[in-house]
Design a protein around this ligand. Structure first.
Ligand SMILES: NC(=O)c1ccc[n+]([C@@H]2O[C@H](COP(=O)([O-])OP(=O)(O)OC[C@H]3O[C@@H](n4cnc5c(N)ncnc54)[C@H](OP(=O)(O)O)[C@@H]3O)[C@@H](O)[C@H]2O)c1
Length: 286
């Protein structure tokens, strides 16, 4: 990968949160930054942040679930900027639900954006990253290593991302491309608001799962209100993304906080799954 200031990075899902913060951080570092989003009328916050930081961005449309949008955007970036040195697969969406209360369409929709969206963008970007000996970095989650209650579809998609990328990493390396994933724990962003979850309505319709959902919601609220589990800011996560993008060798898996490191570490050494289940069963009142 070029180490000069002419490096070009493309980031998905930059209308808010981690994607927005990462776009501004990349531009601050002197990279040509292509900040993509599925609806550019939602670029107000990004434009304001860029103006405050005194940086300029190339803002383009890219919907990770629309193959034509992905290919048109990435090919035009490579043609117009002449190179693509890094892609940050950031776009993603929360989904709260459980097997019996979700439709298959709900589950497919979550996997479509959180897994196939990543695959689609990576597929289109790979020839350009190969040309630049570039980097392919995906924002996964601690939920890519640990299955969490009422996050079945979301965690399945993030596990799939990690399995896909860990399998791709050695192959991509043979053609000069470094592949990695970032695992944040809770982060302050639009993530929860964008999921449009009405917990009270969900509980009312949860049938036999109502007690578990109530316990899960109460635990989540209590952690946010107490100091434990205080979320990181998007800027803090973006700083870790920058470290990883500019490290001489990109690690495959990077947690963004001590909390995330402890949690993922527990799962990776939990051969029979009892440690993680011991923890997550307590989240649903068991
Ligand atoms: N927040 C957390 O606690 C947390 C923890 C671990 C990992 N993560 C991961 O971090 C990444 C960023 O999330 P965030 O926390 O920054 O949440 P966020 O503020 O909701 O940002 C998500 C971004 O993804 C975009 N997006 C959704 N569907 C899209 C699509 N089909 N095509 C293109 N963009 C799309 C959203 O755009 P719109 O404005 O168009 O909806 C938004 O810009 C996600 O992959 C998420 O899974 C988040």
């Amino acid at each position: 990968m070029s180490t000069g200031t002419n490096r070009c990075v493309l980031i998905t899902g930059t209308s808010s949160g981690i994607g927005l913060a990462t776009a501004v951080a990349c531009a601050r570092a002197g990279w040509t930054t292509v900040a993509t989003m599925r609806d550019t009328t939602r670029a107000v916050a990004l434009n304001t942040a860029a103006e405050t930081a005194g940086v300029s961005l190339d803002i383009r449309v890219l919907d990770v679930t629309d193959d034509q949008s992905v290919r048109e955007c990435i090919d035009s970036v490579a043609a117009e900027h002449g190179r693509l040195d890094a892609v940050v697969n950031n776009a993603g969406a929360a989904h709260l639900g459980t097997l019996e209360n979700d439709s298959l369409a709900d589950i497919r929709a979550s996997v479509e954006v959180n897994f196939f969206g990543v695959v689609q963008v990576s597929h289109a970007a790979m020839p350009h990253l190969r040309a630049s000996s570039g980097r392919l970095l995906t924002i996964s989650s601690v939920g890519g290593s640990i299955g969490q209650p009422f996050n079945e579809a979301y965690c399945a998609a993030k596990f799939a991302v990690e399995g896909f990328m860990q399998s791709l990493a050695p192959v991509a390396r043979t053609v000069g491309v470094q592949v990695g994933v970032i695992e944040p724990a809770a982060v302050t962003s639009e993530f929860v608001a964008n999921a449009h979850v009405d917990v009270a309505a969900m509980v009312a319709q949860a049938g036999p799962y109502a007690p578990a959902l109530t316990a899960y919601a109460q635990r989540t609220m209590a952690r946010y209100e107490a100091d434990t589990g205080k979320p990181q800011t998007s800027d803090e996560v973006a700083a870790v993304v920058m470290q990883v993008l500019t490290a001489p060798e990109m690690p495959f898996r990077t947690q963004t906080s001590n909390e995330a490191r402890d949690f993922v570490g527990q799962s990776l050494s939990d051969l029979d799954g009892s440690a993680v289940l011991g923890e997550t069963r307590s989240w649903v009142g068991q």
